[in-house]
Design a protein around this ligand. Structure first.
Ligand code: 2AM
Ligand code: CA
Ligand code: CA
Ligand code: CA
Length: 272
């Protein structure tokens, strides 16, 4: 309906404004966080800037859309995750990663993003990924295509073979999944153009959408890591599944994100 599409437009405009606001803080504070704390382990960190950015986005969303639900990396509860799993079409949920690439941010490596997705039930309607270091904003609205700084993007060429593709991956903070990734890349590495691991899942997936790279894969991702960039990639004509080729639920898991076509199937074959 007209009312619904107007609402989605307002949601998208707010998501873009907040991604840029949080991004400005991330750019300013990169390499200069003062409170760097361990979460689950020595490799799993959070800073006062992750928390401040999530708070900023949360409070603005609450002010404008008080009935919308919230799922953010630094504040999530088991109940909120369970609610997303069981959510119905009348629920709107914001899925937010305030800094995707915290370890880069802590080290002052200028490669990180803000990821904001807004879902109706399990259906992601709006996705925004912003890299403040180069002022690149990727966004998509379901059914409306994908855009980088306002220009339409495409994950083409679909005819690319794995041999011509740059393959990227994420190295988890979890020792078990990191081992899985090392095993996986030893199978794929010999067959692709080259291998990169830059440290932000949301940016890698958005780069596949823009045709900059052919493949991204990682084990153990959460809803806020992938929801926004996944919509951007699907709207750009790419493919997203689990690593074994099965459908990827909104609740997350392993992800295989490619420019589509034969590269996707080849990756599934090599990794099975
Ligand atoms: P973060 O920076 O928001 O924590 C790095 O390879 C990517 O993996 C980042 O997107 C990072 O998100 C994410 N990541 C962090 N911890 C992870 C984990 N335990 N398993 C999988 N991915 C993780
Ligand atoms: Ca993340
Ligand atoms: Ca994060
Ligand atoms: Ca984290």
């Amino acid at each position: 309906s007209v009312g619904m599409s107007q609402e989605v437009k307002e949601i998208e405009a707010l998501a873009i404004r907040l991604a840029k606001q949080a991004g400005a803080i991330i750019r300013e504070k990169s390499g200069r966080a003062t409170e760097v704390d361990r979460k689950s382990s020595r490799t799993d960190l959070v800073t006062e800037v992750d928390k401040a950015c999530e708070n900023l986005i949360f409070s603005e969303v609450q002010a404008v859309f008080p009935h919308h639900r919230w799922l953010g990396e630094e504040t999530f509860t088991v109940d909120q995750l369970e609610h997303l799993r069981n959510s119905s079409d009348s629920d709107w949920t914001w899925l937010v990663d305030p800094i995707d690439g915290t370890l880069n941010f802590v080290g002052g490596l200028p490669f990180a993003s803000v990821s904001i997705a807004v879902a109706r039930g399990h259906d992601v309607q709006v996705g925004v990924v912003y890299n403040p270091f180069v002022d690149e904003l990727f966004h998509a609205q379901q059914g409306q295509g994908a855009y980088l700084n306002g220009r339409a993007i495409s994950a083409l060429p679909h005819e690319t073979e794995l041999e011509d593709a740059i393959v990227t991956l994420g190295f988890s903070t979890n020792p078990e999944t990191r081992k899985l990734m090392l095993e996986a890349i030893s199978k794929v590495g010999p067959h692709c153009r080259t291998v990169r691991a830059l440290g932000s899942a949301a940016l890698h997936i958005s780069y596949v959408a823009a045709g900059r790279i052919g493949v991204f894969f990682e084990h153990g991702l959460k809803p806020w890591d992938i929801a926004a960039a996944r919509l951007i990639l699907e709207e750009a004509g790419g493919s997203v599944t689990q690593i074994n080729g099965e459908p990827l639920p909104v609740t997350g898991g392993s992800i295989l994100a490619t420019n589509g076509g034969i590269v996707h199937n080849r990756m599934v074959e090599l990794l099975s």
